[in-house]
Design a protein around this ligand. Structure first.
Ligand SMILES: Nc1nc2c(ncn2[C@@H]2O[C@H](COP(=O)(O)OP(=O)(O)O)[C@@H](O)[C@H]2O)c(=O)[nH]1
Ligand SMILES: [Mg+2]
Length: 337
């Protein structure tokens, strides 16, 4: 992770003031700090936290090429028509095979960027250290504090990061397309279970009704819930089914609110967020402790030479972090004797 350049940085308080005053440049700058896991983002995130919790956070997930970006674009326009402001966070897979699609997304998103009521941000996946899900959630919270009424998160529903990201949404929309039976299988199992509504996009193609039937059959296998997961058909390229989609997303929010699930969900999501930041922090500390002095390499070599078993090597790494944590004043259990 490269630290953001010193020049052009503002004191966090003016950054926060800028974000709260609706300044897009402050927002852009803060999102970059958050995306880079820059320590300077911390104070700002802390200051903004009381202003969060107002936006409706909607996750749009599904296989690559299913039309998520097109749908997100149309949803944003429909929300604007209804007088709501929209933030968009699109998580781009870092795979080189999808670069073209990312470019396509950028081009298509462009006609949204002229509208001050819409803010679009796309982010690439992180390097080996991970932390994508944690950073994305924080970016969503910044957009929430900025005052966006709706925040849309687009992710490809295949990796664990994506499942983690989508779990942070209040309403989860899972997109599939005709002839995508295999794609549905390829979605992480967890995603189907957290779907609040299904969209079968590209309904201009043959087989849309078969996908609807498949999804319906699958839903029958799930334990009954108060919320009957709707299945909608859309043709994003013709702007068909979008008003119904927004109506249904809104209806889901109303259901969450009236049933008390909005609060329960917030409790669960917050718990998950705290734990996942803690896990990520520990992991980063572990790498920081293990990388200098080639500690990790030395341990790996020892395991390879059969001088040490993998679990003992891992214990040695964990002990390094435990020492590190206790030195920073965080209470930790005494090392085993
Ligand atoms: N035929 C048809 N094509 C669509 C529809 N929606 C999107 N597409 C096309 O599918 C391709 C992938 O769309 P995109 O929004 O980038 O998908 P994403 O990868 O899920 O974000 C693009 O060429 C779209 O124009 C649709 O309803 N029908
Ligand atoms: Mg896309």
């Amino acid at each position: 992770m490269t630290p953001a350049p010193q020049n052009g940085s503002q004191p966090q308080s003016s950054l926060v003031a800028g974000v709260l005053a609706g300044n897009r440049r402050s927002l852009t700058r803060l999102l970059t700090l958050v995306e880079n896991n820059d320590p300077r983002a911390r104070a700002a995130l802390r200051a903004l936290h009381p202003q969060t919790g107002k936006a409706h956070i909607v996750g749009i997930t599904g296989p690559a090429g299913s039309g998520k970006s097109t749908l997100v674009h149309l949803l944003a326009r429909e929300y604007r028509r209804r007088g709501k402001t929209v933030g968009i966070v699109a998580v781009d897979p870092s795979s080189p095979f999808t670069r073209g699609a990312i470019l396509g997304d950028r081009v298509r998103m462009q006609d949204l960027t002229g509208d001050p009521g819409i803010f679009v941000r796309s982010m690439a996946t992180r390097g080996a250290m991970g932390g994508l899900a944690e950073a994305t959630v924080e970016m969503v919270h910044v957009l929430d504090a900025f005052g966006k009424d709706v925040v849309l998160i687009e992710t490809v529903g295949t990796g664990q990061d994506e499942v983690d990201i989508v779990r942070t949404a209040q309403t989860v929309v899972v997109v599939s397309i005709p002839g995508s039976g295999d794609d549905i299988q390829a979605l992480k199992a967890g995603i189907l279970e957290i779907a609040d509504l299904f969209v079968v996009n590209k309904a201009d193609r043959d087989g849309a009704d078969a996908v609807v039937a498949d999804l319906r059959a699958m839903l029958h296998l799930q334990p009954p819930r108060d919320w009957k997961t709707p299945i909608l058909k859309t043709i994003a390229t013709r702007n068909e089914g979008i008003t119904e989609l927004v109506d249904t997303i809104d209806r889901h929010y109303q259901y969450l609110d009236e049933s008390g699930q909005l609060m329960r969900g917030a409790l669960e999501r917050t718990r998950h967020q705290v734990l996942s930041i803690a896990r990520q922090t520990l992991y980063e500390r572990l790498l920081q402790a293990a990388l200098p002095d080639r500690t990790l390499e030395t341990l790996v070599e020892a395991v390879l030479q059969r001088e040490l078993d993998p679990r003992s090597a891992a214990d040695a790494l964990v002990a390094l972090v435990a020492k590190d944590v206790s030195e920073t004043g965080v209470p930790s259990k005494p090392a085993a004797t």
